[in-house]
Ligand binder design. Structure first.
Ligand SMILES: [Zn+2]
Length: 241
């Protein structure tokens, strides 16, 4: 890992492209506000290119994610699990791997899928469950945010809002100044046929101006509380009331 910065966000997702479609604007925005953003991608998306074997597909998708990460200004690490098989990995193994990363990074914000996995994909659901367990059992500091189904996740990810808990407080991140970064990141995943016009400038109106999160846990513990996130949250809470 690179040098540790004072402000840190740990993003834990399942496949290359989850980060760009669902949360790319948020990642680009905070990366440019000097937050160190570390993405853990559980798999290389080996199952995601029809007609290619898993080794070739994994190599292509790893390259695409590294390129997207450059556009977003984030660090990326692969956990090395197989695409589509996270639900059958021993939970203790996943738990230990993710707990080690949380302990290493000590992030003020952890960002992952909600219990519905946004799209219901079993890999997403598994990641959400394990990350939440890690927070509850070993961490309990800062904030745990879940990706909230919205117009932003509809693009590319599909939406499943069946298990959305309307009681949970919502953060709406305005990404209007970071849409170009998000588009370039999405377009890096060429093997996933992003469905955007080739010229980034022409894709601007296809990208919603905000991304939404529910606050799943909010420990507000002293020096590990993300005050860099707070002003934004209050202001944007007002905006969406
Ligand atoms: Zn995914």
């Amino acid at each position: 890992m690179h040098e540790i910065k004072p402000k840190r966000m740990l993003v834990i997702l399942a496949h290359p492209d989850d980060e760009s479609f669902a949360v790319g604007g948020t990642l680009a925005k905070y990366a440019r506000k000097d937050v160190q953003i570390i993405l853990l991608c559980a798999t290389r998306g080996e199952a995601g290119i029809p007609g290619l074997n898993s080794t070739e597909a994994g190599e292509i998708r790893e390259r695409e994610l590294r390129k997207a990460a450059e556009h977003l200004g984030i660090e990326v690490y692969f956990l090395g699990y197989q695409d589509g098989e996270l639900a059958s990995v021993k939970p203790e193994t996943l738990l230990e791997t993710i707990a080690c990363w949380v302990d290493l990074v000590k992030p003020q914000v952890i960002l992952t899928f909600g219990p519905d996995g946004v799209s219901g994909h079993p890999d997403h659901v598994t990641i959400s469950r394990i990350v939440t367990q890690v927070y509850d059992q070993f961490y309990k500091k800062g904030m745990l945010l879940y990706i909230h189904p919205s117009e932003a996740t509809e693009l590319g990810c599909g939406v499943s809002s069946s298990s959305t808990d309307d009681e949970q407080p919502l953060i709406e991140v305005d990404i209007s100044d970071y849409k170009l970064d998000k588009i370039l990141a999405i377009q890096s995943h060429a093997s996933q046929n992003p469905g955007l016009p080739a010229k980034p400038e022409e894709a601007m109106d296809k990208i919603p101006c905000s991304e939404q999160y529910t606050i799943a846990r909010d420990a507000q513990t002293g020096d590990n509380y993300p005050d860099w996130f707070e002003p934004q949250r209050e202001e944007e809470k007002d905006a969406i009331r």
